[in-house]
Design a protein around this ligand. Sequence first.
Ligand code: NAI
Length: 330
Amino acid sequence: MHNITLIKGDGIGPEISESVLKIIEAAGVNINWDIQTAGADVIETEGVPLPNRVLESVKKNKVALKSPVTTPIGKGFRSVNVQLRKELDLYANLRPCYNLPNVKTRYENVDIVVVRENTEDLYAGIEKQIDENTAESIKRITRSASERIARFAFDYAVKNNRKFITVVTKANICKLSDGLFLESARNVAAEYNVPLKEILVDNCCMQLVQNPNQFDVLLLPNLYGDIVSDLCAGLIGGLGIAQGANIGKEYAVFEPVHGSAPDIAGQDKANPTAMLMSAIEMLNFIGENVAGKKIRTALFKTFSNNIKTADLGGNSKCSEFTNSIIKNMD
Ligand code: NAI
């Protein structure tokens, strides 16, 4: 029996959570879910979007599966996601992107793993209002965080037989901050047998849309990682299938890349694949590899049978897609 926190989120969060829980149960994995709510709805009742009970639950269980949470733009509370990553020191964001059967995309055989630093850079949201007409954001990069994420990327590459790593920066302009990230990657690379390539982020974006097959593992500071990983999600068929994980030394939170999709919430239209693939990674992480493989095989079979949700050009509802995966596990 595994104790795992489930953060249900809002928008399409509850729908895709329900789908994934049903599939995991059908695969026969024994999980005691500690279901926690967070996000905009919780502010009304508890005053904050990420109450302490959620953090305590993840700290107790060490592993969480999280569905998306709405972050109001402009003002208000700090993003639940940023706060979770910071409080639990989930320093590595891992987003494998590869093609799925029958999901038509511009390119075939895309297989890129995005490793994004998750705790600092502009994404940390250290901002100051200088005066009414001026605002400032601090881009803070440290050697320790940069070397830590570089080491994570190299260890991942070794463990998963990846061929090389490309470090992505704008070190020609942000000479000190991105320069430090690049220097850290070079220093760590010297300890491994995996080659390190270097590219500037603007060129990287252009190369990705022209020829994504030239890349293997990408290593990026937080903000570029955020943007480039969405670009990579677009290469394989969109946000509905893009999985993610936030991993630290002590805790791990698995979550889809996409947001709460308020435009389709409550309509049984959401694609649960990104959440499901994040859950498969979670199952592998806790040693339930057999169940993970069983679910992945059933998911691929569903796609091979051309059963897809509307975001991928299909006409299946979230619930129908879910039932098809469960049926394919028989
Ligand atoms: P979004 O990812 O929620 O939606 C962008 C577009 O993709 C929408 O058209 C949506 O319908 C579609 N989409 C996303 N996931 C889908 C799925 N599983 N199935 C089918 N279609 C899907 O991004 P948006 O609209 O920018 O953000 C909405 C809210 O989500 C915001 O409050 C944002 O802050 C929050 N957000 C939360 C994240 C998280 O909790 N990890 C990550 C990204 C955004």
